[in-house]
Design a protein around this ligand. Structure first.
Ligand code: FE2
Length: 344
């Protein structure tokens, strides 16, 4: 496995680059906007293809690199389903799996620091965001934080992992880089409490100042969606109703870019082909099945919210498939328009 812990000294943020091997797909957890150039250079140096950029929660102390990474690498942006971000390409829930080629992370919902906080578990390590820090825990006094929920997330979920599990948090301000579940159980001062009420009392009396960047970071991190109106202005977007009319006239083939789990959870559009977004380059390339199909009919891409499909239209245009379109707003908009859905 390729694993890099990257540090932003301005905000004390750790970001994590994960891939199974050189030449493979890569994942970035909690990237920082100011470091995006560095990530892109590192990805090139290590011969990796970024396919997903994930935030553990909506950050208040730095501006996320999610939007910039998507715009520069066409990767998928990922957050939890509770996130207040306007649009991300994919939303996760408790029990999901976050997957790239050769790497799979279990997704656990760990609210408390914020109401959209998630942790990601691999067999030997856990990425805890700001839920569990090294000898600390994330504050619970803003962004719908809740010390009672955080106690449950920590004691009921994270501390149930094997004691040898490595703990990789989203921040450290003292110079520590990694810990273990056992080490935190024994030595984290916030966790030496007798009851949930003790923990709530402790967290409610920290009296911390707001993060310096909060007034900038929260609004910026709430508006990270791809500007789908730019794609629409080029004439490449369809409303769900327009897409339904094209389908009735048998003038188009729908291509679902979502992952199998998203299709299971949110349903499928009858008759749509399936091409998970990371496969798109191959399928649109010379000899690819979508490229062949595009000779005979019009491709209409869709995904969860319209981000992957907007990028797919651009990718199709780039290889000369100028008739390709996408459904603006994705399956979420399709459902709002009462388009037909079938369950897997
Ligand atoms: Fe945070």
């Amino acid at each position: 496995m390729i694993f890099r812990q990257l540090f932003d000294s301005v905000s004390g943020t750790y970001s994590y680059l994960i891939a199974s091997r050189a030449g493979a797909e890569a994942l970035l957890i909690d990237p920082v906007l100011d470091k995006v150039d560095r990530y892109i250079t590192l990805l090139q140096e290590l011969d990796l293809r970024l396919v997903k950029a994930v935030d553990t929660h909506l950050h208040a102390d730095h501006v996320t690199g999610l939007g910039a990474l998507r715009d520069r690498t066409r990767c998928i942006t990922v957050m939890g389903e509770q996130s207040k971000a306007d649009v991300v390409s994919m939303r996760l829930c408790d029990g999901d799996r976050l997957e790239i080629e050769g790497v799979s992370l279990d997704v656990i919902y760990t609210p408390g620091h914020t109401d959209d906080s998630y942790s990601f578990v691999m067999p030997d390590r856990v990425f805890t965001g700001d839920t569990l820090l090294i000898r600390g825990t994330g504050r619970t006094d803003f962004q719908n934080g809740d010390p009672r929920q955080q106690y449950e997330s920590i004691f009921g979920r994270l501390l149930c992992l094997p004691e040898s599990t490595l703990v990789y948090p989203a921040h450290d301000y003292k110079g520590d880089t990694v810990s273990t579940i056992g080490e935190e159980k024994r030595n984290n001062p916030r966790l030496q409490v007798a009851s949930v009420d003790d923990y709530v009392h402790l967290m409610n009396n920290l009296n911390l100042p707001n993060p310096k960047m909060m007034d900038v970071a929260v609004p910026a991190n709430t508006h990270i969606g791809l500007h789908q109106e730019i794609v629409a202005a080029r004439g490449w977007a369809l409303s769900p109703e327009q897409a339904m009319a094209l389908l009735r006239a048998e003038e188009a083939v729908l291509v679902d870019l979502r992952e199998p789990r998203e299709r299971e959870r949110h349903g499928r559009i009858p008759g749509a082909l399936h091409c998970p977004y990371p496969m798109l380059g191959e399928e649109l390339g010379r000899g690819g099945s979508l490229r062949e199909l595009a000779r005979r009919c019009r491709l209409v891409f869709f995904c969860a919210y319209g981000e992957r499909s907007a990028m797919a239209v651009q990718a199709a245009q780039d290889v000369g498939l100028t008739a390709a379109l996408h459904i603006e707003g994705g399956i979420a908009a399709w459902k709002n328009a009462e388009g037909p859905i079938e369950r897997a």
